[in-house]
Design a protein around this ligand. Structure first.
Ligand code: AHR
Length: 519
């Protein structure tokens, strides 16, 4: 074992784990059930859907006249898969698209809606058939919180103000009446609003000072309709990318008091180069480790951005919203480069679990995260081909770990060796624990080692240990993935590798696996 690495996954109690007599175990885990931490905001399991490639069209939305089985235009297969996933929150309509989107083009009779040129994504013509009603009705149908990103880059304050009135006002007012004329009487519940996207780049190439002032200006004119606290809109200011700490500092200094949340974007690129990002399914073991090394950098970014936020907001009122994250690879050969369609392997499942664990460890500040993107784009949950769909390994991780949604985090002390065969510093095991409203304690574990199983000696402090039950996602091949012809190659199965003896649990994690246990 290399020098022991002490990682308090929940970062709540840094006390050294008790000296466990576990000579045959590679990793020691102590879960402190008697020291509950912050609630894991369910929105950490949020998703992102942009008008990009086939995320919306031929993904979520096939149209009412399609041969693909659908309900009012939404693909039935996609709806069913999303229902099982318990998606808490969905960001829309972009991304870069949001800052060119004019919402009034997407309401009223479909055949009368004007088209627009989607300049960012493949130069295709957007027919605006999927607009405000189609998005919000879907969210309502699936019990998802909508998270709407308004156009700050090329829109106007008035446009933004009217959109909020259209969506959320129950008054006899011009925009609420327009909504009624378009067939929707009652307002929708829209709690989350992003004021622009990547304003430092595709959203307007702004300087942070200008972005902060602009946030304050838009914020002034966005009204809360309805009198209850739930009607208050949670306003997310446009935050930084990667390690742009100056951006966070300036936004917090100039607009921290006005905002509810501040965003952060970070994409994992295997090669570190945007020009040649690397393949989604053809990579070597070294490249697997390189990818995990890059993804783990998010822990440093979250920690440092949070520290800056602490300076201006020590009570942690403002939430950090990681509203774009995930792996970005080269597109699948032969597909439109502007559509960002990539396959999704077991490597991505490991990567997703590591990121979710990091967000959960920072649940005191991270209140939202949106993986990019939900269907057919980047690190997708679902891939579609007409009526056929594939659930990706990442989908399975989100489904397995969703027991942590809204649960109370429990501190985890972890002693695990770094993987010796990797040039990157990759801890063998990652762990996260929580207690849900029914009192059930869940522990999720990741073995990053693709070559060997690893044994975890686990102690649960402050709660009785029952006979654990669980599920595992694991494959022998690092590039394993699901296809339309072989959709079940990577799927969770029952886990039988946990045994209790006395107050100790011994868990054998298969190579390259994600395990969820109910203790
Ligand atoms: O998710 C794809 C794009 O990545 C988004 O449109 C943009 O915000 C980011 O750069």
């Amino acid at each position: 074992m290399t020098p022991p690495l002490l990682r308090a996954a929940a970062l709540l109690a840094l006390a050294v784990a008790p000296a466990l007599a576990a000579a045959d175990s590679d990793t020691l885990v102590t879960v402190r059930a008697n020291q509950p931490g912050p609630v894991i905001n369910r929105n950490i399991y949020g998703q992102f859907s942009e008008h990009l490639g086939h995320c919306i069209y031929d993904g979520i939305w096939v149209g009412p006249d399609s041969a693909v089985p659908n309900t009012n235009g939404y693909s039935n297969a996609v709806l069913a898969a999303l229902k099982d996933l318990h998606v808490p929150l969905l960001r829309w309509p972009g991304g870069c698209f949001a800052d060119e989107y004019h919402w009034k083009d997407g309401i009223g009779p479909m055949e009368k809606r004007p088209s627009m040129y989607n300049s960012h994504w493949g130069g295709v013509v957007e027919n605006n058939h999927f607009g405000t009603h189609e998005f919000l009705n879907m969210c309502e149908m699936l019990g998802i919180e909508p998270y709407v990103c308004i156009n700050v880059g090329s829109g106007t304050v008035q446009e933004a103000m009217e959109w909020v009135e259209y969506m959320t006002s129950d008054a006899t007012s011009p925009m609420a009446n327009l909504r009624r004329a378009n067939g929707r009487d009652k307002p929708w519940k829209v709690r989350y609003l992003a004021i622009g996207n990547e304003s430092w780049g595709c959203g307007g190439s702004m300087r942070p000072e200008f972005c902060a002032d602009n946030f304050r200006r838009y914020n002034t004119f966005i009204k809360n309709y309805g009198g209850s606290p739930e009607d208050r809109i949670y306003r997310v200011a446009c935050g930084a990318s990667d390690e742009d700490y100056e951006w966070t500092d300036t936004l917090m200094k100039l607009a921290g008091r006005q905002m509810d949340g501040l965003s952060l974007h970070y994409y994992t690129i295997q090669t570190g180069s945007w020009e040649k990002k690397g393949s989604a399914t053809h990579f070597t073991k070294d490249e697997y480790f390189e990818t995990l090394g890059h993804t783990l950098r998010i822990e440093e970014f979250v920690t440092k951005h949070s520290a800056i936020m602490d300076k201006y907001d020590p009570k942690k009122r403002v939430g950090l919203c990681v509203d774009e994250w995930g792996i970005w690879t080269d597109v699948e050969p032969g597909t439109n480069p502007g559509f960002l369609f990539q396959q999704n392997s077991m490597r991505d499942a490991i990567l997703a679990a590591l990121n979710l664990h990091i967000f959960q460890a920072h649940a005191d500040r991270v209140v939202m995260a949106n993986i990019a993107q939900m269907v057919n784009v980047l690190q997708a949950m679902i891939l579609t081909d007409h009526q056929r769909i594939v659930l990706t390994p990442t989908y399975h991780v989100f489904e397995m770990l969703n027991v942590h949604q809204g649960a109370t985090s429990l501190p985890v002390e972890l002693r695990t060796p770094d993987l010796a065969q990797s040039k990157e510093k990759i801890p063998t095991v990652s762990a996260s624990a929580s207690r849900d409203a029914a009192g059930k304690i869940h522990l999720s574990l990741v073995n990053t080692n693709p070559d060997a199983p690893t044994t975890v000696a686990c102690t649960l402090v402050g709660a009785p240990l029952g006979a654990p039950t669980g599920r595992v996602l694991a494959t022998a091949d690092i590039t394993a993935h699901n296809t339309f012809d072989l959709p079940h190659a990577v799927e969770p199965r029952a886990f039988t590798g946990a045994t209790v003896s006395g107050d100790r649990l011994s868990i054998v994690l298969p190579p390259m696996s994600v395990v969820i246990l109910e203790l």
